[in-house]
Design a protein around this ligand. Structure first.
Ligand code: FE
Length: 227
């Protein structure tokens, strides 16, 4: 049996959000399906029993799903998939919003909130059957060019290496990508390409007035180059 054939079933990749004993938790999930539509939609989520998220959903009866967009930062998948919420706080590493006590990703296609109405236990998974208590299109799923949801098969075919690489960079630096970008921006030096003067004033270079000139050769601010 070639279980990769299952990747051809079209479903997405999602991040759950739950309340934990200490704060917030969540993990990457793919086995999500809508099993009833209309006025009272129902959604199933099969969550591994060994995952801390499973425990938290059982305790609280509530969780959110953030629908990942096709252009998701691979780090998001590594952050929620490659470490356990028993040991680390995952949500601090990603831009997120907390609504009525539960977190969701800012740059998701959509945000959904659930209340568990029933569950089934299997050997390795619990299947939670839930009603939808809140739903919104997220930052990536609204506007003029909404991002398409990430398809699980596409993740398997094209993204796995990027996810591993992004998570490795996080482990090495101890910082998520947006913090590394901020560090890089803070460390940027501006120099005058004409005379080589390097700006080292207290005011950030970006905040200097447009009329500011190179104190050594008098060339305009716009000529300066970042390194
Ligand atoms: Fe100059």
């Amino acid at each position: 049996m070639d279980t990769s054939a299952l990747f051809k079933l079209s479903y997405g990749l999602y991040v759950t959000g739950v309340k934990t004993e200490k704060g917030l938790g969540g993990c990457i999930v793919d086995a999500v399906g809508q099993v009833a539509a209309g006025d009272n939609p129902l959604v199933t989520l099969a969550c591994m029993k060994k995952n801390y998220t499973n425990e938290c959903i059982k305790k609280t009866g509530e969780y959110t799903l953030s629908v990942l967009p096709a252009n998701v930062d691979p780090f998001v998948i590594g952050n929620f998939g490659f470490q356990s919420g028993r040991n680390v706080e995952k949500w601090v590493n990603v831009p997120h919003t907390i609504k009525d006590g539960l977190p969701f990703l800012n740059n998701a296609c959509a945000y959904l909130r659930f209340r568990v109405v029933n569950s089934l236990e299997f050997a390795t998974h619990t299947m939670f059957i839930s009603e939808v208590t809140d739903a919104e299109n997220g930052g990536a799923g609204s506007g003029e060019n909404p991002a398409k949801p990430l398809i699980y098969g596409d993740y398997q075919a094209t993204m796995r290496a990027a996810v591993s690489e992004a998570f490795q960079k996080f482990k090495e630096s101890g910082k998520p990508p947006q913090d590394r970008d901020a560090d890089a921006a803070a460390g940027t030096k501006w120099f005058c390409p004409l005379c080589g003067y390097v700006y080292d004033g207290d005011i950030p270079f970006e905040q200097l007035p447009d009329t500011w000139k190179c104190p050594r050769c008098g060339v305009g601010k716009e000529a300066f180059t970042a390194v």
